[in-house]
Write a protein that binds this ligand. Sequence first.
Ligand SMILES: [Zn+2]
Ligand SMILES: [Zn+2]
Length: 116
Amino acid sequence: MSSHSPTRAREVMVVGGDVVVVWADGHESYYPGAELRRACTCAECKGEGHLFGRSTLPTLKPLVPEAFVPVAVGLVGNYGLQVTWGDGHDYGIYTLAELRAACPCDGCRAGAPPAP
Ligand SMILES: [Zn+2]
Ligand SMILES: [Zn+2]
């Protein structure tokens, strides 16, 4: 562990259907849009599947294919990543610490420390 934090992002971008985060330590993470959208923690998405006692008129609209396509990404302070989706949804903020912990690359999945 050194003084710089690996959970700070140097750059974020959309590449194809993936959200890409370049971390402060140089590591790059590629998150498939579909998986990221499904993991959206905002109130609207988190409510999916819960009816809150109402049996009719669900307030949640079904997700269209565009909903899983990231169109823009931006940093929120030093801790968060906000994604704008193809359906206009942009409520969800993913914390960088969680994203780094969930990096799907082979090295991180294997539990190996990222190369310096
Ligand atoms: Zn959401
Ligand atoms: Zn990784």
